[in-house]
Design a protein around this ligand. Sequence first.
Ligand code: ADP
Ligand code: MG
Length: 461
Amino acid sequence: MDNIELKRFWEKVKEELIGCLPESTHPWIYSLEVSGYDKGILTVVTGQSIARDWLKKHHSEQINNILKKVANDKNAGIHIVYDENAAKKIKKEVEKIKKKEAEAQLKEQAMENLSYMQSSANLNLKYKFENFVIGENNKFAHDAALAVAKNPSGKFNPLFIYGNAGLGKTHLMQAIGHYTIFNNPKLKVKYTKTDDYINDFISNSRKTNNSIENMSKFNKKYTNIDIILIDDIQFIESKEKTMERMQQTFDTLYQKGKQIVITSDRIPEDIPKITEALASRFKSGLMVELTPPDFDTRLQIVKKLAIDNDITAEEEAFKYLAYNFDKNVRELEGAFTKVCAYAEFNNKPITLNLAKEVLKCREDKNSISFDKITEITANYYDVEVNDIKGTARSQKVAAARQMSIYLCRELTNQSFENIGEFFNKKHSTALYAHDQIKSKINSQKELSNAAREIKQALKVN
Ligand code: ADP
Ligand code: MG
């Protein structure tokens, strides 16, 4: 019998054994490995001496009968051998399994700890670097935040992130927190809204009459940390006592070499009645600004939102959203949520028309739209809107196109990215068209008349 035949033979015997012997013996049978078959004697090896003893004592007759049947040899018999090497092998395997289980348990524990840490640090799980879409408007701020996350209390301390509402300040700031908790779990992170800090300070002063002992408790709460994230610092305006306390908090942390990250909707100087001392501290590290995202970034943001929420929509619907909500990502997200909800309630797919239907209230509010401007301009020049938005190059269409673009910019003050997108042109083309008209309009009567008449028709003059 060669090796393969031997293995096959043993498989057959094993199958019969499993079929005949009680279930409690099955693990032992599985532990047996065949080692040879010679002169009617099948030798099998086990690393468990109890398997050998038990099977021999209680089942040797059954086993031998099975063997005789399978081998078709009435003299056949089995020889079960205990082997130390096999025992070692089994021990190793058991240890491996145990180790794996322990690792899995550890991992689970770590995830639990992580989510506990994240919630105790007061962070929103969505606000991670992975969920942040990078565009030209936020790349610098993003890179700065990531640098701080990778190397807290390094070169950029404090990091001061400022910009209008809904542009991702809180998101970036909390991303630093998540990153730290995940990669550097020994560091203590605290996220605090300035409002909460103020309230905490006021209620503490009231309760304690500013007693040194209790104030030091308050201090500890805000300084016994490695990274503090203070959101919306502009709310500290005019609160002189709180500012004083904040300055002490800041100095303590700074001296201890702790990382401070601050956000604000404006630069420090513009916070009413801010003390010069505090403002200069805020400015002493790195200041980065978030500006509104361009069209492509906005488009990516809604698309990512759709992917993350497992939602599909018509490309034009995404564009419509990105195009109309250009100042505030929170509003862009809100509009998307509204469209999704409407589609879901009415069991309809998300199309451009549906998005228009749901969000029209906002469009109406937009006193004047690109659509309207282009329609009236096309009328004036006696061309088709589609030609203006298309690639036609006739002089009349080109003139109408330049005028539409010029008026869109002048009347809505929208970015050239947005205007370009509407006309299916590059941002530089829109800019060029606008500048062409602008440079000539005062000297060419034909142009100024056209602009005036179109504006009259639009009722904006
Ligand atoms: P701020 O604090 O500046 O007012 P937030 O950080 O709260 O703004 O952002 C508002 C919303 O927009 C959040 O839901 C945030 O996740 C989202 N957001 C802002 N910028 C981006 C971006 N670049 N990528 C993905 N989501 C963003
Ligand atoms: Mg915020």
